[in-house]
Structure formats: C-alpha cells, structure tokens
Design a protein around this ligand. Structure first.
Ligand code: ASP
Length: 426
C-alpha cells in the first residue's frame, strides 16, 4: 500500500464490491444468472468480511481496557474525570436530540408513509423474528442497562465483551491506580502504558486489512439484497437519508467549527478510514479501533480525551440511530394511517433518544430497539417487518453518522479539556 492511502484502498474495495455484486443481483433477478449461485457469492463476501470483523472484535476489549486505564491515569486529578464525564454525556444527549428534531421535521415534510401499500410491503418483508426477544418496557431496559454497568464479575464482562461494564471497571481501575500512586501506582501505570502501545500497533496492523473486509461486505450487501424492496421503500429511504445528511453535513460540522474550532473538511478527511469502515461494517463497536487511531493520530486529539469519549460514544451516542428510530416509527404510523399528535411525536422523540442510548453498536441493534418506540405510541412491534428489507443499507448510513458524531464529540470535548500537566511533559 505504497502511494495510495488506506482510505483510498477502502474506497476502491467498496466500489469493487458493489460493482461486482450489483450487476450479479440484477442478472439473477432477470434470470440471466442462477439466483442460488449469486447468493453463494454473496455468502462468500459475507465470510470474508466476517473474518475482518472477527479481527476487529478481537482487539476491541483489550484496546478499550488499556486505553481507558492509560487515559484515566493520564488525567492526573480524579476530579477531572467527573467533569469530563458530565461534559461528554451532556454533549452526547444534545447532539442526539438535535438529530431527532431533524428527523421528525423531515418525516413530517416528506410524509413517506402516506398512501403506501401495506400489503406489497408485508409480502416483501422477512418475518420479524429478530425482534422477538426485545424487551418492551423502556423503564426495564434503562434500569437493566444502568444496573448492568456494574459488573458482578469483571472477567466475565470482559469475556462477553459487554462494553459498559468493561468501561466502568476500567475507569474505576485507572482512577485507583492514580489514587494508589507511589511505587505500586507507577508500576501499574507504566504496565498499562506499555500494553496500550502494543495494542495500538496491533490495531494499526489489523486496520490495514480493512480493504479486504470492506470488499467482502460490499459484495455481500450488493449481491445479496433485492432491488425490488428498494423501489417500494424508496421514499422512506430518501427521508432517512436526507435527515442523516442534514445532521452529518450541517449540524455536526457547525458544532465542530464553532465549538471545537476545527475545520470540518479536514477533520472529516482525517476520519476517512473510520467512516468508510463504519459504512461497510454497520457496527460502531467493530469500527472503534479505527475511530480511536484516526482521532488520535490523524486528528491530533489527546488520548486522555479520546480513550474516554470514544468507547462510551460507541455504546451510548448514536445520533444516526436516534434519527432513524424517529423517522421509521413515524413512517410506520403514516403507513398505518395513524396521525400522531404533537404529544405522541414528543413521546416518539424521547423514546427514540433512550432507545438509541440502549442500542448496542452492532448491526441492526437499532431495529431491535425500535419495538420499544413503536410500543410507546401503541403501534404493533411486528410493524418492524415492513422496513427490514432495506434495513442493512440504512444501518450502514446511520452507523457512519454514529461514528462521525462520536469523533466530532472527541474534538469538541478536547477543546474544553485542558491537556493535563503530565501529558504536556511527555
Ligand atoms: N449499527 C448501529 C451501530 O453500530 C446501531 C444501529 O443498529 O442503529 O452504530
């Protein structure tokens, strides 16, 4: 990969995957190719992408642990952690709320669900089995999430890759490395610093394999999904896309320019590999290693800030998902001929925000959580089946916005977070 940079290769891989997969899918629909063999090729693509995904997942937990402990001990003063936490969380909720407002305005203007033929859609949709095990009470979900943050067994949480408990334990551990101080504290700190340095090198190596994984996933997405579904749900997809575009190209860049005082274009360029990977994997969690390396090494945000803001963001900050939840639920309501009142739309907004916090950073997590939002305004959970056919593509788009929002948050928080004396001395 000499002259071309990683994000160029990722882009080439995307175009190649789509360029090979799409004609195949069309040919299969027209009977020129055997649909079963096209599905086989789509499956091969999925397997190739899956290998890359496994490598990324392999490093996520050790990367988070070493990075967070190093970041927190680097903060020096434990009180700084409280301030950093409050600012980060507050900012995350603000951007998600802005995204939802944009989504609600757009869906009310375009009204994609009005006059839609429900029968045509249900015939197309796969049975909504994926939503079967979703919990339907919002309070229960949030309480469980809060309760689940405290791992009863940190080793188990680590083994399961449960992000929030791992984050919680690593934060506490880092904090107590600082509080312990002295010979023991120093030894621990330098151990984690070394482990983190090794993890970063390993991450960079795995990340350089991204073009292969991206090619696989694009081939899978393009060859595997039928175009017919896209036609029926076209207006709905456009509505989600317009909303996401406004948030990604207007709202977040404005926050970046005015709050972080950074050039949005340059920042976006620095985040290129992470954004492209988010798009093709549809997983904020799997993209996290790239998000962290891009934010730190290409965008110059300190590790103290990024190691805290980004892992938390991958789990709780999902602007794209929040926007999509609101649009999708209002679309479904329109399709059912239900006119939601302003009060009901506010309920949708609030539950969409909470659902986006509760959704995990994995493919289709937002769709699973949507049952909760539907339930809040009395729509049946099965209605999710209407939009499943096009969910992968929209998931790719909203995950990109999720990661873009996490990255911009790191820049905004970093601007207001003076680098600690220790980091300056380094
Ligand atoms: N796939 C999204 C993410 O990982 C979550 C979602 O389904 O909306 O960020």
């Amino acid at each position: 990969m000499s002259k071309l940079k990683l994000h160029h290769w990722i882009l080439i891989a995307m175009v190649l995957g789509a360029g090979i997969g799409l004609p195949m899918n069309i040919a299969a629909e027209r009977g020129a190719l055997d649909p079963a063999s096209v599905q086989d090729i789509a499956h091969l693509g999925e397997e190739l992408g899956g290998l890359f995904l496994s490598l990324l997942k392999m490093i996520v937990v050790p990367l988070i642990i070493t990075s967070l402990v190093t970041g927190v001990t680097g903060l020096g003063d434990p009180r700084k952690l409280g301030r950093l936490g409050a600012r980060t969380f507050g900012y995350y909720m603000l951007t998600s709320a802005l995204a939802i407002v944009v989504g609600i305005v757009v869906v009310n203007l375009i009204r994609p669900g009005v006059g839609i033929e429900l029968d045509a859609l249900t015939a197309d949709a796969t049975a909504p089995a994926v939503v079967g095990d979703a919990e339907t009470s919002l309070g229960a979900i949030l309480w469980n999430q809060l309760k689940g943050m405290i791992p009863t067994n940190p080793v188990h949480a680590t083994a399961e890759g449960d992000m929030l408990p791992v984050i919680f334990f690593s934060l506490l551990f880092g904090l107590f490395v600082s509080i312990t101080g002295g010979e023991h504290g120093d030894r621990m700190r330098s151990f984690f610093e070394s482990a983190f340095a090794v993890m970063m090198r390993m991450t960079m190596f795995i990340v350089s394999l991204a073009p292969f994984g991206v090619f696989g996933f694009m081939l899978f997405a393009a060859a595997g999904s039928g175009l017919a579904a896209f036609a029926a749900l076209g207006k709905y997809m456009v509505t989600v896309a317009v909303g996401l575009a406004i948030h990604a190209f207007v709202t977040l860049p404005l926050l970046l320019a005015f709050l972080a005082r950074r050039s949005p274009l340059e920042f976006a360029k620095a985040m290129g590999p992470a954004l492209l990977t988010a798009f093709s994997t549809a997983s904020s969690n799997a993209t996290l290693p790239l998000t962290m390396t891009n934010v730190e090494e290409r965008a110059g945000v300190s590790n103290q800030v990024s190691s805290f803001v980004l892992p938390l963001g991958a789990t709780v900050n999902m602007d794209g998902t929040a926007l999509y939840e609101a649009v999708a639920v209002l679309f479904i309501a329109q399709a059912y001929g239900m006119d939601l009142t302003l009060a009901q739309q506010i309920i949708v907004a609030v539950t969409a925000l909470l659902a986006s916090v509760g959704a995990a950073g994995i493919p289709h997590a937002g769709t699973v959580m949507m049952v909760v939002v539907l339930d809040a305004v009395g729509l049946p959970g099965e209605a999710v089946g209407l939009i499943l056919a096009v969910d992968r593509v929209l998931d790719m788009c909203r995950t990109t916005v999720n990661v873009w929002s996490d990255a911009t948050a790191a820049a905004v928080v970093a601007r207001f977070e003076p680098v600690s004396a220790r980091a300056e001395a380094d």
